[in-house]
Design a protein around this ligand. Structure first.
Ligand SMILES: [Zn+2]
Length: 270
């Protein structure tokens, strides 16, 4: 599953080729991906200029005057800008033809991705209940502190809750909690304002770093669960259960909170 840094890297790669271009045609080679492709996509897009390529959480939006094409890459989706004559291969499900003589091609072997429609001025249901973007000014230690009061859930689960903040996947949550010195199993409501300020700063630093890495290493390195943008040797805790802590030498522990194993340092993280 592509994580926020990979999707942001994709957005930055696509934007110069798509923004300002007219959509000259839409080719749908099947009626659905994860969900049916709504008729507005083929009806509304042709003749429209793409005014922006935006990201919200791990969704991409191609903005036009009547509305936005809303895309998710799912497990295996890929967006490429190709010469219009590029032969169509298996799993090339959607082409948006552009007036540059190229096509924006959506390829998705497993079809967990989606192509939906968000009318101008509306917010799609999938985006309606999401928390703030982690790299925005709306996300900081005060925000985490206020939202966490009274919560008994582990702080790691709280941080990975998309209604609290979007785009902090397992790898980024584990590494951010290590940097902030917070034990992942601690009740979210018991973390102080000061420690949440450190945690918010760590999330921003780690995601921003992964985005810069994503531009160059995205295609070279995939971690065990497919989180790109990080070199294995840069990870402090993720995937390192039983290994010595790089900060203090203690043996890193693995524990299960919620569905996924998490690794932490019992000495550095409290
Ligand atoms: Zn340690």
């Amino acid at each position: 599953m592509p994580e926020l840094p990979e999707v942001e890297t994709t957005r930055r790669d696509l934007a110069p080729h798509v923004e300002g271009r007219l959509v000259t045609g839409v080719v749908l080679r099947r009626p659905d991906l994860r969900w049916p492709i709504p008729p507005e996509v083929a009806r509304e897009l042709p003749g429209q200029a793409v005014t922006g390529v935006r990201r919200r959480a791990t969704y991409l939006l191609l903005d036009t005057a009547p509305g936005s094409a809303l895309l998710h890459l799912g497990m295996s989706g890929m967006l490429r800008v190709l010469p219009a004559k590029t032969p169509v291969a298996a799993h090339d499900h959607v082409d948006l033809a552009l007036d540059s003589g190229r096509v924006l091609r959506f390829t998705d072997p497993r079809r967990f991705g989606c192509l939906l429609w968000q009318p101008a001025g509306e917010t799609h249901e999938l985006l309606a209940h999401l928390g703030p973007e982690p790299l925005s000014d709306d996300f900081d230690g005060d925000y985490l502190f206020e939202r966490s009061r009274g919560r008994k859930a582990p702080v790691k689960a709280f941080l990975m809750d998309q209604a609290i903040v979007v785009g902090v996947g397992n790898i980024y949550a584990a590494e951010s909690l290590f940097q902030a010195g917070i034990a992942p199993g601690r009740a979210a409501g018991s973390v102080s304002r000061e420690r949440y300020a450190r945690l918010a700063a760590a999330v921003k630093t780690i995601l921003a770093h992964a985005i810069t890495r994503g531009g160059t290493t995205l295609r070279d390195f995939l971690s065990p669960d497919g989180a790109p943008g990080y070199f294995e040797q840069e990870l402090f805790v993720y995937g390192r259960a039983g290994a010595p802590c790089k900060a203090c030498g203690a043996t890193l522990k693995a524990a299960d909170w919620g569905q996924r194993a998490t690794v932490y340092c019992p000495r550095c993280q409290r």
